[in-house]
Design a binder for this molecule. Structure first.
Ligand SMILES: [Zn+2]
Length: 151
């Protein structure tokens, strides 16, 4: 356990509280721009800020429990590659950035080699939240653009 540092991580409700304050202020002042900011903040939080664990499935079928920040990110470069593939795959697309070498079974990486069957599996709730946050950020950008053009 020597590698596992105990870092202080803020409780999740601090983020939710800040976003709730933004949304309440938006309703109170009738300011849609503030609401938009709240939605954008939530998306950013889910993508890259929330304190969570890596959760990449290893070949043995265990979910990696290293702490990470943001659902899009993983604990190491090797896990990040797996996670990138998983995110693309959850949208039904092959990862356009993955190199062909990752499909070479004889590749000598010096790290755990993931079999194609178990790589690219996202936890169910990560997949749901990432999809919702992805849709929400596209909507937020659209509303912002329409709002700027329309005003
Ligand atoms: Zn990991």
């Amino acid at each position: 356990m020597g590698r596992r540092r105990r870092r202080w991580r803020e409780p999740v409700y601090i983020w939710w509280g800040a976003i709730a304050v933004l949304m309440i202020a938006a309703v109170f002042f009738g300011a849609w721009r503030l609401a938009l900011l709240g939605v954008a903040a939530w998306c950013l939080y889910e993508f890259s800020l929330n304190p969570t664990v890596c959760r990449v499935m290893t070949r043995q079928g265990f979910a990696c429990h290293e702490p990470v920040r943001g659902r899009l990110f993983a604990c190491s470069a090797a896990h990040q590659r797996v996670k990138n593939d998983a995110v693309w795959r959850s949208f039904g697309l092959p990862n356009p950035f993955s190199r062909a070498t990752s499909h070479d079974p004889n590749r000598d990486t010096g790290v755990v080699v993931y079999s194609p069957a178990v790589r690219a599996r996202l936890a169910q709730n990560d997949r749901i939240v990432l999809t919702v946050a992805g849709v929400a950020s596209v909507l937020a950008i659209l509303v912002a653009v329409v709002g700027i053009v329309g005003s």
